[in-house]
Write a new protein. Structure first.
Lengths: 114, 112
């Protein structure tokens, strides 16, 4: 398996622009997580999907952030409009089964908003 | 609320040394604990997963132990090599979703 795939790997955009990050989980995994990593706050969960349904979005910072999972093999995280404080590395992770199972992380998308 | 702490924040050792990285968590009701490695500018690579019923897990030169009652885990690296230089993160699943709560990491430098 190719592992969790994320695109783009790097994104540089200007403040106010829309940004869309993409994730393809490992085939057969039914749970998908979006995390954000910053120097100040470390790694934090943004949103969790189970069987394509958003279950926990309490980590989404504000209404500018939205996430979708239209099918089991694809998810997007959108920021509109983007702000400089959104600059971070965004990771997607997937898991099969329940809470006792391992999470596998993608390579991340490094977002820079100028 | 689960909190995860890693000590030390940074560690520099000469090649060949055996070393221990520490991870502590406040809520002992965990399903498992996962250790990750992160190279600069890269993603997270899962190293070891210890289930709550296990005391330790081994993979090559790495050995992770888990003591749920005291809220601690250690990652032991034997015969360290320069290629082991990276940031090591521990994480535990929390809540009904199993979202991972991460420590801030230990940045390891192994000098040749």
């Amino acid at each position: 398996d190719a592992g969790v795939i994320q695109s783009p790997r790097h994104e540089v955009t200007e403040m106010g622009q829309e940004v869309t990050l993409r994730c393809k989980p490992i085939s057969g995994h039914n749970s998908l997580f979006w995390y954000r990593q910053t120097m100040m706050r470390g790694l934090e969960l943004l949103i969790y999907f189970n069987n394509n349904v958003p279950i926990d979005d309490s980590g989404m910072p504000e209404d500018r952030f939205s996430a979708k999972m239209p099918n089991a093999s694809f998810s997007t995280l959108k920021i509109q409009p983007s702000e400089p404080r959104d600059s971070a590395v965004y990771f997607c992770a997937s898991r099969t089964g329940g809470l006792s199972y391992e999470q596998y992380f993608g390579p991340g998308t490094r977002l820079t908003v100028t | 609320k689960q909190e995860v702490t890693q000590i030390p924040a940074a560690l520099s050792v000469p090649e060949g040394e055996n070393l221990v990285l520490n991870c502590s968590f406040t809520d002992s009701a965990i399903y498992n604990l996962q250790w990750f490695r992160q190279d600069p500018g890269k993603g997270l690579t899962s190293l070891l997963l210890i289930q709550s019923s296990q005391r330790e897990q081994t993979s090559g030169r790495l050995n992770a132990s888990l003591d749920k009652s005291s809220g601690r885990s250690t990652l032991y690296i034997a015969a360290s090599q320069p290629g082991d230089s990276a940031t090591y993160l521990c994480a535990v699943p929390s809540g009904n979703t199993g979202k991972l709560i991460f420590g801030q990491g230990t940045t390891l430098q192994v000098k040749p």
